[in-house]
Design a protein around this ligand. Sequence first.
Ligand SMILES: Nc1ncnc2c1ncn2[C@@H]1O[C@H](COP(=O)(O)OP(=O)(O)OP(=O)(O)O)[C@@H](O)[C@H]1O
Length: 427
Amino acid sequence: MSQRLQQRPQESDEPLLRVENLKKHFPVNSGFISSIRWNSDSGFPLELDDKSVRAVDGVNFDLYPGETLGVVGESGCGKSTLARTLLGLTEPTDGAVEFRGTRTTTFDRGAKREFRRNAQMVFQDPQSSLNPRRKVGNIIADPLEAAGWDEAKRRERVRELLGQVGLKEEHYGRYPHEFSGGQRQRINLARALSINPDLVIADEPVSGLDMSVQAQILSLMQDLQEEYGLTYLFITHDLSVIRNVADRVAVMYLGDFVETGPVDRLFTEPHHPYTRALLDSVPNPDPDTRGVESKLVGDVPSPSDPPSGCKFHTRCPSLIVPDPFTRDEYREYMELRGDMRDESLQTDTDPASVRAHYFEGNLPARVEETVERAVSHAADGNWDEAQSALAEYLSPCEAHVPELESVDDGHLSACHIDSDDREAFSW
Ligand SMILES: Nc1ncnc2c1ncn2[C@@H]1O[C@H](COP(=O)(O)OP(=O)(O)OP(=O)(O)O)[C@@H](O)[C@H]1O
């Protein structure tokens, strides 16, 4: 059974943010004409290509007042789109976001304005989010002006904020280019906090900053959290960054959360092979314990055509392989099957060439037969039959979508290795 990411901090607390089955899909084609494609196999030769980029694809979680939830994943996994969809900066395709128990889509104008005040965003590149032609004091005061504060009060509040983020009063009249990257992120934080929000979504707030400056900004964010009673959703591609700031972590892969749990547990007992691979990719200064066992290989697949079953299966070092394959053999077999599916073999449709191109060593005899059968169908142009022949062997990781399931108190993982389904599907 799927479960929600919850259990923090006191179970009686109402979540500040509740996210249910949130999806954001972008159409691949920009217009109606470009979405029409030719299909000579169908009765009518033109059809609509309804493919979409599934940037966020069914995310569930609760975010409790005062906590920091780190969302981590490689570039392109959908983290920024999740942030923008949560804040209503882009319309969700499906699902719901509740803020303090009310669906954000039901907000009237006043409630929308209040939500915008209450939920602020801090971006990665402080340079591009600060208007170079405006004085820093005025930039920080923008949200106050929008909220109707008079000039004298604005000035006073901005001075207070400058001090709180470690800048000086005389910085009020300077321009963004006169500041370092770290200082510009301080300006951003001051602007985000100017009207006392409850929730701050920080999207890669320290990426691109030197390590020592990163540490200063993270420490400042923690101080501000205490002072303002803030709730953070902290997005990063770098697990090491959130180790010291997050209470819980959600690991995101191709639009879904694949593992969630308390930060210590996730670092000491990661369950999902993707989390383990991410952790192994974090540079380890200790040469004796440097582990390379499950380093991430290959790129994140396209979210417009994600792998079936577990989306991580194409890169997973723990892929469950069907009998009688070894893992390496089965990867080769999957590559052949993928090319059969796309009707694009990378060699002639001659059994010897296919064998030599796709497989390094000897295959078990019965697999050999299956491959030969498939290749002879492909040689006749019967791609569907070629695919069906290869479907004789299928990993459960390709066939079934794993649900987030509890592996420990408040710790969930979506992997067939941990799954209760193991018996049902008998692998
Ligand atoms: N407006 C859009 N139209 C079409 N596709 C989009 C749009 N915005 C994002 N995407 C795609 O959605 C996927 C997720 O992008 P997103 O920026 O959310 O990922 P991310 O994890 O934040 O990566 P990064 O850290 O590189 O920003 C990517 O494949 C991206 O190309």
